[in-house]
Design a protein around this ligand. Structure first.
Ligand SMILES: NC(=O)c1ccc[n+]([C@@H]2O[C@H](COP(=O)([O-])OP(=O)(O)OC[C@H]3O[C@@H](n4cnc5c(N)ncnc54)[C@H](O)[C@@H]3O)[C@@H](O)[C@H]2O)c1
Length: 366
């Protein structure tokens, strides 16, 4: 105990409460990553496969606010199609709408949506609601991991303060914080959760080490330890934005080449003979979130005073007819204007049935 106090010596009087906490209680150690009971908050495309994966070692808890979804899952039905009926039947998961169950978890993983509102501004309300729920039910020693895609700083500056305020616990002393962005590619049977390398990050290197061991239970393709939670948040949103912008560019190029009677695949083959050409192809980008995530980045840029705009490219009428684009009245109305970033609104059909914009019909690339 003396050493704990010595470690804190020299810090300001504002940390006096922390000193008292250290006198009262030893900081809890991490749970055993091999056997830790994992609770997943939000059982959609991201959360359900995770809960199923973690349940292989120890009974998992799947917490949802959608009563109908919980009933479906209890009945062995996954409407997202990401988990087979056999996998669901074999999974040892307590599906529940009762947040009290979270106090039985060693690890809580947050997989709630991060949508945009009608003005294309980030809607943090599901994340903040989940943080309040955690704060009300977390027990000492729990590791809380956020997986939802957010702009850098959200986990530590928006979610963590709520958990601390509601619980009265201090991160790093009574519970631990991490972030691990999800990279699944819905409706793609060749890239499931175990097959995709995953980033983990913690509030300290010890938390990151714990998460590396924990996630190796479900990810077989390897883990990458990011240097901080902010870096991991930024990496995820950069990945999605890079893909979004570049495929938008290729789609626009294809529309132009179509009009000119030039075969797009021939152009890409020719351009690809240069050493630094990047092989993006026109078409669809992946999950529905890719069309939404860049708005979080743009909003963060605006808050920091960067004069960013996000304009959607004008969709040529030929492309509209031939349907390599999907259009959603709110998010994808053509607005030809000067753009520093461009977006398209095509993503894999089947990637979402409810909350996402209208899916695109894939058009064969020629
Ligand atoms: N779907 C993808 O392809 C994909 C890929 C990588 C990352 N992501 C990101 O992962 C996050 C989750 O995405 P998703 O596609 O799984 O969303 P989803 O809409 O399929 O599922 C989210 C679930 O969370 C539930 N929920 C909402 N608020 C809740 C709360 N307060 N408490 C408990 N449950 C709550 C909803 O009822 C829903 O079932 C998002 O941030 C998304 O951007 C998604």
């Amino acid at each position: 105990m003396k050493s704990a106090l010595n470690l804190r010596a020299g810090t300001g009087a504002e940390n006096f409460t922390d000193h008292l906490r250290l006198l009262d209680d030893e900081p809890p150690s991490f749970p055993n990553p091999e056997t830790a009971h994992v609770a997943v908050i939000g059982l959609g495309y991201v959360g359900l496969p995770l809960a199923v994966g973690f349940s292989a070692n120890s009974r998992a808890i799947g917490f949802e606010i959608n009563v109908q979804k919980v009933e479906e899952l209890r009945g062995g039905v996954d409407m997202t199609g990401e988990v087979t009926p056999q996998e669901l039947k074999g999974a040892d998961i307590e599906f529940t709408t009762d947040p009290h169950q979270l106090s039985n978890a060693d690890v809580i993983v947050v997989c709630v949506p991060t949508p945009v509102n009608s003005h294309n501004r980030p809607d943090y309300s599901p994340l903040l609601a989940a943080s309040r729920t955690i704060g009300s039910h977390i027990r000492r020693g729990t590791v809380v991991v956020f997986e939802s895609t957010v702009d850098p700083g959200t986990t530590e500056d928006k979610c963590l303060p709520i958990i601390e305020q509601v619980s009265g616990f201090k991160e790093g002393i009574e519970f631990f914080l991490g972030y691990s962005p999800e990279r699944i590619n819905p409706a793609d049977p060749t890239r499931k959760l175990p097959d995709i390398k995953k980033i983990v990050a913690g509030s300290t290197p010890a938390v990151a080490d714990f998460l590396e061991k924990l996630y190796s239970r479900v990810v077989k393709a390897g883990l990458f330890k990011a240097s901080s939670i902010r870096v991991a948040e930024a990496a995820k949103i950069l990945e999605n934005t890079q893909r979004d912008v570049n495929i938008a560019l290729m789609n626009q190029m294809m529309a132009l080449f179509d009009k000119m009677g030039i075969q797009a695949s021939d152009v890409i083959a020719a351009a690809g003979s240069k050493w630094n050409f990047h092989h993006y192809r026109p078409g669809l980008v992946g999950g529905h979130c890719i069309a939404v995530d860049p708005y979080y980045l743009v909003d963060a840029g605006r808050r920091l005073g960067l004069p960013w705009t996000w304009s959607l490219p004008r969709v040529p009428s030929t492309s509209r007819r031939r349907s390599s684009w999907s259009r959603n009245s709110k998010r994808c109305s053509p607005r030809g204007s000067k753009a520093c970033m461009a977006s398209r609104c095509s993503y894999w059909a089947g990637a979402s049935r409810k909350t996402a914009p209208t899916p695109a019909t894939p058009r064969p690339f020629r």
